[in-house]
Design a protein around this ligand. Structure first.
Ligand code: ZN
Length: 144
């Protein structure tokens, strides 16, 4: 969407000159204001989501959890958080409960293939644990 062109000011001047319809000036002014608001609405909305650290658009955390939980050696993924650092750069963190902590590296690689490969996360942090460790209150989680 391009900003209003000077043509519209010329149009208003002609209307005023020919018809003495002075209200055309504020009417067009307000109309251009609405056009500008409409054109910038998407940018403002994205910026607000980044400030609020809202979950990235189009990322289904329930689905990611199901995919991770379905991996061999993964018991359960919990404390899942995802947010947008800056436009197009999403961050992910979670705890991963596993059967055997010795397989941590392979498990992290498998989960990162999903997170970075499929969901295009820019940065991920995974805490692998054989038993629940240092659990914070569940209220900070998006998924319970
Ligand atoms: Zn945990």
């Amino acid at each position: 969407m391009s900003p209003p062109k000077p043509n519209s000011y010329i149009f208003a001047a002609i209307v005023i000159k020919l018809a003495s319809f002075y209200q055309i000036d504020p009417i067009l002014g307000m109309a251009f204001g609405l056009v500008l608001f409409w054109a910038s609405y998407g940018i403002m909305k994205n910026s607000l989501n980044i400030f609020l650290q809202a979950a990235p658009k189009g990322i289904d955390l329930e689905r990611i959890k199901k995919e991770a939980d379905a991996l061999p050696d993964v018991k359960e993924m919990h404390h899942i958080h995802a947010w947008t650092l800056t436009s197009g750069k999403n961050i992910f963190s979670a705890h991963v409960l596993v059967d055997n902590i010795e397989k941590s590296n392979r498990i992290i690689k498998q989960i990162n293939e999903i997170l970075k490969g499929k969901y295009k996360f820019f940065f991920t942090t995974l805490q692998v644990e054989e038993e629940y460790v240092g659990e914070e209150p569940k209220r900070i989680d998006f998924l319970r």
